[in-house]
Design a protein around this ligand. Structure first.
Ligand SMILES: Nc1ncnc2c1ncn2[C@@H]1O[C@H](COP(=O)(O)OP(=O)(O)OP(=O)(O)O)[C@@H](O)[C@H]1O
Length: 437
């Protein structure tokens, strides 16, 4: 009779296949079919419901079991819930409604769990540091060696310095998602983005009534990241009072929420990021020396992109491929002129700027090639593009003459425009052709 009720309750749902059983023996013989949900009537002829529940949970812990009982027995319900039942429903006039509600709930939960699993596996691929962090220059190889250590020693703090856009956040994520802490939260706090007066509550949390407006107790970011990793962006901007509190937390591994009487032990790993050399900040008395040593842990320094020329083309190709994959565009290639143009630019905005330039180029081109005309620098640097290359005067002379020659294709015109002797132009052309040979 109850089986009929379930069938009626769910038969409109095309995604559900219902297999009814009338005794425990038949059901157990088919348990290997791996049911998502079992509705279990306690009044079976051959087995006790508790025994069936135990067997299901033993071999199929992910299968949810809803107990249906003729009596509303609270003690029994508590016991079965303790043993892993999802819910206990008494057969009263609301049984159908409760059952449908319960099944919907389980399905929603299972869907979320699946999505979470999927996301976790996508994240671990995305931040697999051997694939996600591009760099073959010597300096990046050194950084990657230390990243490897930071991944393995998941209780040691890490500090990362580097100009804006050099990849500090990417490194922090890669370290977290490859470490043993990967299943715990990765929490980011941008110190510069939070006003000083709110920062303490943000980091350490607060109790209800700790200050005007603290209407509810709230966990701080350190506690949110307990067992996981907290990435402190722009740590050098921590105010002096908070530097003291931060030091206490790092030294003792405990925090006290604002307005709380007791301390809480946390096992948060801290990765600090800073765009300035913290040692310099210590020398300038802006940063506490004791805190500096506590934070340092494994120190990583990301060189500016200008200092790792070897990686420019590699990174550009990586971003181009990524952009094409993400947007369903057929793969694009960089011409050698485009590569040369990229190599001649100093990228004051570092890798972030290179990524933006390459993505714009992918949008601008109408063919399968990205040429030099598609490479457009929109940097905000106040230095003109030409000067940011920091060439010698001689090299600048040659570059300008080459540009005029390309433009006018006539030595006389070039000499006249630049107000130089035509022999200078001829000599240069001769030198270039000799160099080519
Ligand atoms: N070595 C690298 N390989 C691949 N992508 C990189 C690399 N370095 C940086 N990126 C990419 O460049 C962009 C900027 O990196 P990220 O945000 O990590 O820099 P940051 O140093 O934290 O910057 P800021 O100090 O401004 O916050 C991101 O899209 C990141 O994925």
């Amino acid at each position: 009779m109850f089986n009929r009720l379930i069938v009626r309750a769910l038969d409109k749902d095309k995604d559900v296949e219902i297999v009814p059983f009338f005794n425990g023996t038949d059901f157990l013989a088919r348990l290997s079919d791996n049911p998502e949900v079992v509705t279990l009537d306690l009044g079976l002829p051959d087995y006790s419901g508790a025994e069936i529940l135990r067997r299901i949970k033993q071999s199929h812990p992910e299968t949810e079991v809803i107990i249906i009982s003729g009596q509303d027995d609270l003690k029994m319900a508590v016991q079965l819930l303790k043993e892993g039942a999802y819910d206990y429903i008494a057969k009263d006039e609301n049984v159908r409604e409760r059952l449908v509600h319960c099944l919907h709930h389980i399905r929603a939960q299972q869907k979320l769990q699946q999505e979470l699993k999927q996301l976790k596996s996508e994240i671990s691929v995305k931040y697999d540091y051997l694939q996600a962090i591009i760099g073959e220059s010597e300096s990046m190889k050194q950084v990657l060696l230390l990243v490897d250590k930071a991944v393995k020693m998941s209780n040691v703090h890490v500090s990362i310095t580097g100009e804006p856009g050099t990849g500090k956040k990417l490194l922090a994520k890669a370290i977290h998602y490859n470490s043993e802490r990967r299943d715990q939260p990765f929490v980011i706090v941008n110190v510069g983005a939070i006003p000083d007066e709110l920062m303490e509550g943000e980091l350490f949390g607060f109790e209800k009534g700790a200050f005007d407006g603290a209407r509810l107790r709230q966990k701080g970011k350190i506690e949110e990241a307990a067992e996981g990793t907290l990435y402190m962006e722009d740590v050098d901007l921590l105010g002096p009072d908070l530097q003291i509190k931060w030091l206490q937390f790092l030294q003792n591994g405990t925090i006290r929420r604002l307005g709380a009487k007791t301390e809480i032990r946390v096992h948060t790993r801290v990765i600090s990021g800073s765009t300035i050399d913290l040692g310099e900040a210590v020398r300038n008395k802006q940063f506490r020396e004791d805190l500096y040593f506590c934070l340092m842990g494994i120190p990583l320094h990301l060189p500016s992109l200008k200092e790792r020329q070897k990686d420019v083309v590699l990174l550009a190709q990586f971003f181009l491929k990524h952009f094409c994959d993400e947007n369903g565009i057929t793969p694009l290639e960089l011409t050698s002129e485009a590569m040369r143009k990229l190599l001649n630019y100093p990228f004051p905005g570092n890798v972030r700027e290179l990524k933006a330039v390459v993505e714009l180029a992918a949008v601008l081109t109408n063919t399968a090639m990205v040429g030099e005309d598609h490479i457009v620098f929109n940097g905000v640097s106040s230095t003109p593009d030409l000067l940011t290359e920091e060439l010698s005067l001689k090299a600048y002379n040659e570059k300008i003459i080459r540009h005029y020659l390309d433009k006018y294709q006539n030595v006389m015109v070039v000499a006249e425009k630049l107000d130089i002797g035509k022999s200078t132009v001829y000599n240069l052309i001769k030198k270039w052709s000799e160099l080519k040979e």
